[in-house]
Design a protein around this ligand. Structure first.
Ligand SMILES: [Zn+2]
Length: 212
């Protein structure tokens, strides 16, 4: 079954949805998947043919529903496409369960405005001894410094889950850092050496929202 593509986490909240789900109220713990970004991100970047419903496991029952929109991390007050809500059709002979779930672009951190790429640009300088404040000023993000501190604190609370994923791919590298956050950032970096953005790769490979 293709349910391995599902992420069983509390993503797909109301604020992710441009509109309400068809026929059902959005569930607070809707499952989601994370898909590779596409140059056609403004079109239809997802193929539903390879997906199964994470709720009932049915294949070939999935229909695109509303796009998921959110704040654009690159521009204040702008909106951007973050993913797609998908409906598992129970109409006619389709045999689905009638529920919905969200699929996100891999650069999207569900429930957070910041993109995976931007977060990586903020984390990488920490490995060379820079402060969060210095990395923030260098990244020139429209977000507030206070928000970045909250994100880093959020990531610290997620380190155990992140490390469990990473350890499936290999042990942590020899590391001179004492801070568990920096140890984990380095582990992500070595696990996905060569990736354009290791955090995007993390989400796509493990089908786990980095920040939960
Ligand atoms: Zn279903």
């Amino acid at each position: 079954m293709g349910a391995s593509t599902a992420v069983g986490s509390a993503v797909g909240r109301d604020e992710e949805a441009g509109r309400q789900s068809p026929g059902t109220a959005p569930t607070p713990h809707a499952d989601s998947t994370i898909r590779r970004s596409s140059r056609r991100a403004q079109g239809f970047p997802f193929s539903l043919k390879q997906l199964c419903c994470p709720h009932c496991g049915a294949a070939k029952t999935l229909n695109r529903h509303s796009r998921l929109y959110g704040n654009d991390p690159a521009q204040a007050k702008a909106r951007t496409v973050r993913g797609q809500r998908v409906f598992c059709s129970d109409r006619g002979q389709r045999g689905g369960c009638g529920r919905t779930f969200a699929i996100f672009l891999e650069d999207v951190l569900p429930r957070h405005t910041i993109s995976a790429s931007l977060l990586w640009a903020l984390l990488l300088p920490l490995l060379s001894g820079q402060s969060v404040r210095a990395a923030f000023h260098q990244a020139k993000t429209p977000m507030a410094l206070e928000s970045i501190y909250h994100l880093v604190a959020r990531l610290r609370r997620r380190l155990d889950a992140v490390r469990v994923c990473l350890s499936r791919r290999g042990p942590p590298p020899e590391c001179s850092h004492l801070d568990p956050l920096l140890q984990t950032v380095e582990h992500v970096q070595t696990t996905f050496t060569g990736a354009v953005c290791p955090l995007r790769q993390f989400q796509r490979v493990f089908q786990q929202p980095l920040l939960g």
